[in-house]
Design a protein around this ligand. Structure first.
Ligand SMILES: NC(=O)c1ccc[n+]([C@@H]2O[C@H](COP(=O)([O-])OP(=O)(O)OC[C@H]3O[C@@H](n4cnc5c(N)ncnc54)[C@H](OP(=O)(O)O)[C@@H]3O)[C@@H](O)[C@H]2O)c1
Length: 306
């Protein structure tokens, strides 16, 4: 299979590309920096600006599947007005232009996967959230809704459209995991704010397997939550993190302090939801890391072979 991945140079994209290449698939990565980008060996970098069509249409025409993971990370302080606009534009424009381009090429892809996030649901209490729940109203929820809507028109072209509502991806390189592990490593770990807010996570290996599963499974269309079946509260997750790192868990970080330091961006750690991967499990997807303890042990304590 030939797969075109927009934003394939990022955390999820590189892991997905590597996995596809290992199984003999061909991968074209749409990137704004084709000369300097570092990709797994065998992937082909294709230049674009994420705004308009260009020479990359020739690669779209050859592709059986499109995945768009493009988007400026929200884990970037401070959230200025301009940056918040970029959060929208960097997701919505690439999705729009790719969907539009699918209508122009003579040979269309069979499936289109659109990145979104569990932020779609907005801050929730402690009730479990599934794909049937309504969207939230905050910034993250609005970004997700617009990104999802931008590529939906591909359905009118007869292309299978799948939305990836991903939770916090746990990987060795993930900024969020590094930030959460830092105070714990420094012996000052504890809950963030009340600690009761939901923390829905997924190991990078399962994120990649789930994307591959949805790419290849013709029965899959619409929105899917990509989260482990064991969502935790922030306090429970941090306690497990402390146990895995063999550090104490004792010092709560006051919500007020986080709001003062991080401003609006504090919502990334102070708000949350308990999200279940209901549709993925109904289709028979099996998680390799359903539990946080095993996921964290794999990422934080296992030595990497050199
Ligand atoms: N990682 C997570 O925990 C997580 C959780 C939920 C949802 N998601 C979503 O999943 C997607 C991929 O996540 P990730 O962690 O792999 O992100 P990432 O590491 O930040 O990579 C995103 C990629 O998007 C491209 N990009 C950024 N701004 C762009 C723009 N203005 N126009 C076109 N492309 C742009 C970049 O590619 P180039 O620089 O090569 O052009 C970058 O490599 C994102 O949409 C993210 O919101 C991620």
């Amino acid at each position: 299979m030939k797969v075109l991945i927009a934003g394939g140079s990022g955390l999820i994209g590189r892991a997905l590309t590597q996995s596809l290449l290992e199984d003999g698939h061909e991968v074209f990565v749409l990137t704004r920096r084709p000369e300097s980008v570092r990709l797994p060996q065998g992937a082909q970098a294709v230049g674009w600006d994420g705004q308009k069509t260009g020479n990359w249409l020739a690669f779209l025409e050859k592709s059986d599947a499109v995945v768009t993971l493009a988007g400026q990370t929200l884990a970037s302080w401070p959230w200025t007005k301009r940056k918040k606009q970029r959060f929208f534009d960097s997701r919505v424009r690439p999705a729009l232009v790719l969907a539009e381009a699918c209508g122009r090429v003579s040979r269309r892809p069979k499936v289109f996967l659109q990145a979104s996030a569990i932020g779609y649901y907005g801050p929730r209490g402690d009730l479990p959230v599934t794909e049937t729940d309504s969207p939230g109203k905050d910034l993250g929820a609005r970004i997700c809704q617009q990104a999802e809507a931008a590529s939906k028109p591909v359905e009118l072209l007869g292309i299978r459209h799948v939305i990836l509502r991903t939770g916090v991806v746990l990987a060795r390189e993930s900024i969020i995991l590094k930030l959460m592990a830092l105070p714990v490593r420094l012996f000052i770990g504890g809950p963030l704010g009340s600690g009761t807010q939901g923390f829905s996570w997924i190991h990078i290996a399962d994120e990649v397997s789930a994307i591959r599963f949805l790419l290849e499974n013709e029965a899959a269309s619409g929105a899917f939550n990509l989260t482990a079946p064991e969502p935790l509260s922030n306090a429970e997750f941090t306690q497990i993190l402390a146990r895995v790192l063999q550090r104490p868990y004792w010092l709560p970080v006051p919500a007020l302090l986080l709001r003062l330091v991080l401003g609006e961006m504090s919502s990334l750690v102070l708000d949350g939801q308990f999200v279940l991967p209901e549709r993925l499990q109904k289709l028979g997807f099996q998680f390799r890391f359903p539990r946080a303890e095993e996921a964290l042990r794999d990422l934080l304590t296992r030595r990497i072979a050199v």
